[in-house]
Design a protein around this ligand. Structure first.
Ligand code: IPM
Ligand code: MN
Length: 357
């Protein structure tokens, strides 16, 4: 029996999580596994009921269980709340308290969708990128962080800070991941300007000395943003700090045709949080337009990384790939030549594919 905490959250979060849970039930049946699911509120949904983005009790449950599947948080209703009380704070707190410092964001391009990205299809041949984003440091968490009165105006401060050990542990994760792939790591920084990047580069080079089988290169983040579009198939593992990783992963999602396709796994020591890269998309909420693939693939990453159930994870990923390569997509990808499905129809197709293959 495996146990996990499910946090559907806001906007389309609950809709995509329903589909992921359907898939989990199919996996139980096919692989004779049992999962115990405990559901909690997070984000705006939690603010509305408890007045805080996440309760202490939910955080302790997540820490104790160590495995969390999250939909998405946020929405216009809570946009004017101060930073500390916004729905996103739930994510920040979970990342920090579970200490999930390594965020894996794989970008897969399915053959059938190669013609539907604004990037030329010939450039997308063979694109298979893993973004390894540092998740618990940098600008997101550095102190001081404040808006204050300053002479006759206001002044805002964010702090970008990294220690050697913070850089080391995420670098190790990136090199380990590269070993199972094409054995290339591109470390992305801004070492011509930022002190944190200077240290970043030095530490990554030190860690690389323990991985002689991996080819390490460095790239400045502005150039990386350009090279990704010019030559996406040249990348294997991209290792970078929190903010750069946030930005580059949205950029890279364009190769997959839609942000809705991307899953993520946030890993620490013995703990994992799994969530689609897309946000709460309140504009399409409740319309059957959400793409459940990011959430379903996040579930596959959970099975692999938290439970070691590789066959089940592979079976989900193969099913997703078969369904998409057969031309079925949700509203985010709709185009001539593809077959439009609702959120739940897409989930059903993936379930059927798992059970019949
Ligand atoms: C992501 C999201 C979050 C982030 C937001 C919702 C706080 O954009 O997971 O990429 O910036 O990390
Ligand atoms: Mn983001």
């Amino acid at each position: 029996m495996y146990k996990l905490i499910v946090l559907p959250g806001d906007g389309i979060g609950p809709e995509v999580i329903v589909e992921a849970v359907k898939v989990l039930q199919a996996v139980e049946q096919k692989f004779d596994l049992r999962f115990e699911i405990e559901e909690h509120l997070a984000g705006g949904a939690c603010i509305d009921v408890h007045g805080v983005p996440i309760t202490d009790e939910t955080v302790s449950c997540c820490k104790e269980t160590g495995v969390v599947l999250l939909g998405a948080v946020g929405g216009p209703k809570w946009d004017d709340y101060p930073l500390e009380q916004r729905p996103e704070k739930a994510l920040m707190r979970l990342r920090r308290e579970l200490e999930v410092f390594t965020n894996l964001r794989p970008v897969t391009v399915y053959d059938r969708l190669r013609n539907y990205s604004p990037v030329k299809p010939e450039l997308l041949k063979g694109v298979d990128i893993l973004i390894v984003r540092e998740l618990t440091g940098g600008l997101y968490f550095g102190e001081p962080k404040k808006i204050e009165k300053w002479n006759n105006e206001e002044r805002a401060v964010d702090t970008m800070v990294y220690t050697t050990s913070e850089i080391e542990r995420v670098s190790v994760a990136a090199f380990e991941a590269a070993r199972k792939r094409k054995k290339k790591v591109m470390s992305v920084d801004k070492s011509n300007v930022l002190a944190t990047s200077k240290l970043w580069r030095k530490v990554v080079i030190d860690v690389a000395s323990h991985y002689p089988d991996i080819e390490l290169q460095h790239m400045l983040v502005d150039n990386c943003a350009m090279q990704l579009i010019l030559n996406p198939s040249g990348f294997d593992v991209i290792l970078t700090e929190n903010t750069f990783g946030d930005i580059l992963s949205d950029e890279a999602s364009v190769f997959a045709g839609s942000l809705g396709m991307l899953p993520s796994a946030s890993l620490g020591i013995g703990k994992g949080m799994f969530e689609p890269v897309h946000g709460s998309a309140p504009d399409i909420m409740g319309k059957g337009k959400a793409n459940p693939v990011g959430a379903i693939k996040s579930l596959a990453m959970m099975l692999r990384h938290s439970f070691g159930e590789d066959s089940a994870a592979n079976s989900i990923e193969n099913a997703v790939s078969d369904v998409i390569n057969a031309g079925y997509v949700t509203a985010d990808l709709t185009a001539e030549g593809l077959k439009l499905e609702s959120t739940s129809e897409m989930g059903d197709r993936i379930v059927d594919q798992i059970l019949t293959s």
